[in-house]
Design a protein around this ligand. Structure first.
Ligand code: AMP
Length: 412
């Protein structure tokens, strides 16, 4: 189905083709007409499915339709869990709005940076606000904006918003919105808290489900390599050199590990940088920008980078430490193979994490052949069928965050 049959205006069709989007993704086919009709949407779709354009395009069209009556207050509020996703969504709106007959103003509001420039930019009013909940509330408390004119609310990655402890802030933001509005709700997973939130927010929503599974993630080759824990950095260096990898996202369990592994790689003359929540926003933005232009070849990240990050043409993801939850496995490997590109996801599996890896496989009905790499054959032994210790914690993550999960979240 072509974009032209979704009911989009000529200016948006031009923007789509300028962006080189040839055909709409399944989530776009389902969501765009529904949103244009003013329906609420409950979308089960994760980053990589094209969900951002799926809500941005119809929101831009709605704005185009009311261009004459535009007020200084935002018409659309998009709530996101992380600063990176905030910047990405803001960028997608600006790019897709380029061919509209009128200029539109987008404000991206997130914490970790000074509030003053954001207040200044809000002064002339704006059409779209993309925000993390905490900073949005701060700005409202400073009278920098009002949500009284919001016609559409988008919750992007709602599961992550709740996971990251934004429930209370979310409730406060919702209380400030006009009761009559359109609600678009996107989430990759639907644990009970997310379902409850969706139920209170949405009115007769159109259900859209484009659930990625490891089997249907686009063109990602999944590999698992057996290696002793203490030889993983050496193996990583070997793989980078042997395969001439120029752009590798490596996942580790803690920010400390991110620092250590990046440091060891640098000492081996590989351009590597850590990426985790304790870095300043400026540093995180710089690392991502340098990674995209290949000034940095390896980013060693905690799960803070597992969702939301969109780095086109990221060919390789390495699970240096296995993810604690099976869902995070999907989010991590979904960083590669995006937008039609192929990718490879490599998991390092040691004797102590083999049982955990088997659980992840079982959850996703996978069987990935465990490989040996010459010169790195493991000497430690594992007992197949033994209880599964997760990497550094206790068992595979269940649906509710445990105390350990919360502590771990803080340490990312
Ligand atoms: P998202 O799921 O919104 O994070 O989008 C994932 C990636 O797919 C982004 O790099 C988008 O630019 C890209 N994308 C979105 N829609 C399309 C499309 N129809 N065709 C090709 N790429 C797309």
């Amino acid at each position: 189905m072509p974009f032209s049959s979704l009911g989009l205006s000529c200016s948006l069709l031009r923007a789509v083709s300028a962006r080189a989007y040839l055909t709409p993704t399944p989530v776009q086919v389902a969501a765009i007409p529904a949103i244009l009709q003013g329906r609420d949407v409950l979308g089960c779709a994760q980053t990589g499915s094209g969900k951002t354009a799926a809500f941005v395009l119809p929101l831009l069209q709605q704005l185009e339709n009311v261009a004459q009556e535009r007020a200084r207050q935002p018409r659309a509020l998009i709530l996101v869990p992380t600063r990176e996703l905030c910047a990405q969504v803001g960028q997608e709106i600006r790019t897709l709005a380029q061919h509209l007959p009128m200029a539109i103003k987008v404000s991206t509001l997130f914490g970790g940076v000074s509030i003053n420039p954001q207040m200044m930019r809000l002064r002339g009013g704006c059409d779209f606000v993309v925000a993390t909940p905490g900073r949005l509330l701060d700005l409202i408390a400073h009278n920098a904006l009002s949500l009284g004119g919001v016609a559409t609310l988008v919750l992007d990655e709602a599961d992550r918003l709740l996971d990251m402890g934004f429930a209370e802030e979310l409730g406060r933001v919702l209380a400030l919105l006009p009761p009559k509005r359109q609600n678009l709700f996107f989430s990759a997973t639907f644990p009970p808290a997310v379902q409850a939130l969706a139920q209170t927010l949405l009115h007769e929503p159109v259900h859209i489900e484009v659930l990625p599974t490891p089997q249907n993630l686009p063109d990602i080759t999944q590999r698992a390599i057996a290696v002793d824990t203490h030889r993983r950095t050496q193996l990583l260096r070997h793989l980078i050199g042997q395969n001439h990898w120029r752009c590798v996202l490596v996942f580790v369990a803690t920010k400390h590990a991110a620092e250590i592994v990046a440091d060891k790689l640098r000492k081996a003359h590989i351009n590597a940088e850590p990426f985790h929540a304790a870095l300043s926003q400026g540093k995180r933005t710089q690392v991502l920008a340098d990674f995209k232009t290949e000034r940095i070849n390896v980013v060693v990240a905690t799960d803070v980078a597992a969702r939301g990050l969109d780095i086109a043409q990221l060919p390789v993801v390495v699970n240096y430490d296995l993810p604690r939850s099976a869902v995070d496995y999907i989010h991590r490997i979904g960083r590669t193979g995006r937008a039609g590109e192929s990718g490879v996801a490599v998991s390092f599996v040691s004797a102590s994490t083999l049982a955990h890896f088997r659980l992840i496989e079982k959850r996703h009905h996978l069987h990935i052949q465990l490989e040996n790499v010459e010169g790195f054959e493991p000497l430690e032994t594992a007992v197949e069928g033994a209880p599964a210790p997760s990497p550094g914690s206790g068992g595979i993550k269940g649906k509710r965050p445990s105390k350990k999960d919360k502590i771990r979240q803080k340490s990312l």
